[in-house]
Every structure is written in structure tokens, then in C-alpha cells.
Design a protein around this ligand. Sequence first.
Ligand code: ATP
Ligand code: MG
Length: 351
Amino acid sequence: STATRSSLKIGLIPADGIGKEVIPAAQKAIEALGSDIPKPEFVPLLAGFEYFTRHGEALPEETVSALKECDCALFGAVSSPSRRVTGYSSPIVALRKILDLYANIRPVISVAANPADKPDVDLVVVRENTECLYVKQETITTTENGREARATRLITERASRRIGKMAFELALDRPRKHVTIIHKSNVLSITDGLFRETVRAVPQLPEVNGRFDGITIAEQLVDSAVYRLFREPQIYDVMVAPNLYGDIISDAAAALVGSLGLVPSINAGDDFVMGEPVHGSAPDIAGQGIANPIASIRSAALMLRRLGYAKGADRLDKAVDEVIREGRVLTPDLGGHAKTTEVLDEILKRI
Ligand code: ATP
Ligand code: MG
């Protein structure tokens, strides 16, 4: 990715629930960066479950084609229907596939009380985004013993290798340069065995040319990884995992830092990046104006960083850290009484 654009075309897909409250906040934060980034041009786009209930499709073709013209995008959240709805499938899952956003990168960082101190938790979960059980090949049959359901779990060498490369690439830019491979190959020796073996072999690939030689590698069974994550999160730097484990571990890690409302992610491929808060549509608080906008603002920062705009990204992150550290204006998920817009205003002042 280059940092030489004259303008930055950013697709905005708020989608459902609090996505409609937090994505506009992220937009304002990006606008406040002024000349630290190319002039942003925002492209509002429709998708989501609500859109589906009105139009019979969750991801209109115009949204997909408009996105392909954008440099990057921010996605809010989609509500998941509680029961299976005929004809509905998640637009975010579809977008990851269409745009080949094969990595979901989720940094989880606690904010130390003193800016000079190291945070207790400073890790990044690198989750494979295209396969594993999420290929959604499920079948159900009726046998003499009742119904029997099966799911296919797909692990390929290609996807494991590229997610492995992404993880090592990220580790190179981090002070500790440490990668932990998460798997369960003691039980799933074929699928998780392939993932583990392929990721482990990445530093020896001829095309990486020894660039990853300085990175230390550990591995951990997913169950013990979750245990240790809660006991001693400091041991982790980059955690790389197949889709399902990565999904679970990153939500668990979010609990360590106080709220899902703080944790950002990007969906990244080789040609496109889409920021997305880790949280969902939060139907319990949607429409009340109290959603925490920080996860979305941090997602915007991650997106900008990946595009090469570190200075703009740093300004967003620093403003957010200050507001958290000060602890005066916070939304209810962090024990405060502030509204989304009040937290946003505090952040904008600091940007
Ligand atoms: P979905 O099916 O869309 O994922 P959900 O019911 O799982 O919906 P989440 O959005 O995943 O809801 O949120 C889980 C919990 O965390 C909810 O209680 C929600 O209110 C809270 N939460 C999530 N995001 C935020 C946020 N940005 N600000 C405040 N609270 C949040
Ligand atoms: Mg959820």
C-alpha cells in the first residue's frame, strides 16, 4: 500500500444497531485529522439485516461495486437473527469472501494509568478469516437414533500460509517479535496439524528470505491458551489462530481490557482493508445514544495505519488513550454516564 494518494475514498457501511451510532463517530474522528491524511471522501453504503428485512437482500450489488472503487472501508455491525431466516446470510461474511479479506487482525491493549508504564495486555490476535468451520457446510439427517448434524471444517495450506505470513509480518513491527500458534492438534491432528505445521514453516519459506529469523515462535493448545490468557496475558504478543479459535480468543481477550466497546479490528487482504469494531450490533443498547465509539475510532486508526498513514493513526489512538486514562467522560460499558457524542467530543478535542 502506498501513502501517496491525493484523496482517500472510504466506504462507510454502518449496517445495523449501534453500527449506525459508532460509524458516524469514526467518520468525524477521521475528518478531524486534516492534512495528516489525504482528503477523505466518504461513500455511504447500505447492507445489513435491517436492509434485508425491507429489500430481501442483505448486501446489495451496488454496495459491492461501490466498495471495489474505494481505497478502504469501515463496517459497523450486523444483527444476527436469533433463528435461521430463509434467504439471509451475513453481509460481513460475504464481504470478507468477495474482497478476499483473509486476515482479521484484532489488537487488544490495556491502557496503563501512567502513560510511561507498559500496558498489562498488549497482544494482537491474527485470525484466519475465510475457512475453518466458518465455511458453513452443515448438514442434518435423521437416523434411527434421532437427528444427526455434521459440519465440515476446511483448513488449507494456502490459507494457513498466508495468515502465517501476515502474523510474522506483524510481529516484525512489534518490540517483542513473538508469535504463538494456537491449535488443537493433539485431537484434530489432520486439520489443526496442517495449520500448525504450515504456520511453523513460514520463516523457512524461500520467498521470505530469512526476514523472520529474529522472531521467536511458541505454540499452545487453544484451551490452555485461553486459561493462560486470563492468568498471564503478558506472555502473548502475536497470537495466530484458525477462524473459530481466533474468534473466541479475541472476544475473551476483549474481556481482559474492560469492554467489547474498546476493541477494534481490521479485515485485511492484499488489496483492501476494512475496519470493523469487534463488537456486534448490541441490540440491548441500540438507539439509546450510549454506545462506546472507541472500538470504531480505533478501527479507523488501524485501517489508516495499514494504508501507511501512521501519523494520523497515532493521533487517533493517542486521543482515545487520553480520554480513557482521564476516566472523566466514559460511556456506561466502562462505568461512566456519558453519551456516544460526549465521548466523541472529548476525543475530537484531543485530536
Ligand atoms: P450481535 O448478535 O449483533 O453480536 P450481541 O447481542 O451479541 O449482538 P454484542 O454487540 O456482541 O451484542 O455485545 C455484547 C454485549 O456488549 C452487549 O451487552 C452490548 O451492549 C455490549 N457492547 C458491545 N459493544 C458495545 C459498545 N460499543 N458500547 C457499549 N456496549 C457495547
Ligand atoms: Mg455478539
